[in-house]
Design a protein around this ligand. Structure first.
Ligand code: PEP
Ligand code: MN
Length: 352
């Protein structure tokens, strides 16, 4: 990390960047009270003592946090005021004072199904609409999402998502599972999701990040927090800081029944918020796999400081070809959002 003197000229900054790129490194330049140049790439290649004495350089330091671009600690060097990153999409703020509520079906099934759910979640108080078109499924013999039926159907489903979002004033999210889907999906949605199984796919992460749209990035169910953040750093390394971290449950332990599909790691929420300045949301649907636990886990996540929730919602959960056991109805969603707002209000007033 190279910290420039406050009076460093543009020319001096450009010169440092030029020097670093000579060594096959990329320079991530953030202008604040002092300009900070973060070097991205193989750190063994950094000509440390050479860079430290270039004109305009105040300090060059080795940073060993693998996720320095998104870390709260290092953001302090270029932006003392930066306590959090707020991502704005139309009139929705993600990472602001109020939690953001994201809802919608696990999978888009039809235009009519999607519009009906979009209307329901909007009335319930949700801010953003979700809907899967390319579904990650364990069995090849199960419903794979409309995206599996070829490009034409995928685009049609994406256009419904866009239309439903526009009709009800809800930004939209869908998941991409492979690099070949990225260009197409980015044309229709406001936020691109990378699912739990792809948390480690560096090429997919970088391709999505380069679209310069907000990325909803899910923790792998077996990933430690440092690992999760280290891979999230690949998004930031493309110059995209619009990253929403999503805790979606980790693998339950031991033998025998655990009674939940995954274990929602509630403690990860404040930890991620301490480690980074990024918005952190919780996914009690995948995090428990049980509709009867969604309300309680939503309250817990919001009390723990989550910047929002994503809840699988369907007017008739039983009808859903995917994840039907972990969905709630729009009416239940309304009650959940109303309660979470009250909880957040209490916590906010006691912390002040
Ligand atoms: C989803 O959010 O639709 C999804 C498939 O979740 P996960 O990647 O956590 O399984
Ligand atoms: Mn699902």
């Amino acid at each position: 990390m190279i910290i420039m003197r406050p009076e460093a000229t543009d020319r001096e900054i450009t010169e440092v960047v030029r020097e670093t790129t000579k060594y096959g490194l990329r320079a991530d330049v953030t202008r604040g009270a002092s300009t900070v140049i973060n070097l991205v790439g193989d750190q063994n290649k950094v000509p440390f003592s050479h860079l430290a004495v270039l004109p305009g350089v105040k300090e060059a330091m080795m940073v060993d946090t693998p996720y320095r671009l998104i870390s709260r600690e290092y953001a302090g060097y270029y932006d003392q005021e930066m306590r959090r990153r707020v991502i704005e999409i139309n009139d929705v703020s993600i990472g602001g004072d109020e939690p953001v509520y994201i809802a919608g079906p696990c999978a888009v099934e039809s235009r009519q199904q999607l519009f009906k759910i979009a209307e329901g979640v909007k009335k319930a108080g949700a801010h953003i609409l979700r809907g899967g078109i390319f579904k990650p499924r364990m069995s090849v013999h199960s419903f794979q999402g409309l995206g599996a039926n070829g490009r034409e159907q995928a685009e049609e489903a994406l256009s419904w998502l866009r239309e439903a979002g526009d009709r009800y004033g809800l930004p939209v999210i869908t998941e991409v599972r492979g690099e070949s889907q990225v260009d197409m999906v980015a044309e229709y949605v406001d936020i691109i999701q990378i699912g739990t199984r792809n948390m480690y796919d560096q090429d997919l992460i970088s391709a999505v990040a380069r679209k310069k749209k907000p990325v909803l990035y899910k923790r792998h169910f077996g990933a430690g927090i440092e690992e999760f953040l280290s891979f999230a750093e690949y998004i930031a390394a493309e110059g995209n800081r619009d990253i929403i971290l999503r805790e979606r449950g980790i693998l339950p332990l031991g033998k025998g029944r655990n009674y939940t599909r995954y274990t929602l790691d509630v403690a990860a929420i404040p930890v991620l918020m301490k480690e980074t300045y990024l918005p952190v949301i919780a996914d009690p649907s995948h995090g428990t796999g049980r509709s009867d636990l969604i309300f309680d886990m939503s309250c817990a996540a919001i009390a723990a400081g989550a910047g929002g929730l994503i809840i699988e919602t369907h007017y008739n959960p039983e009808e859903s070809p995917v994840d039907s056991q972990q969905m709630i109805t729009p009416d239940e969603l309304k009650e959940l959002i109303d309660t979470c707002r009250r909880i957040r209000g209490i916590i906010a007033s006691t912390r002040k």
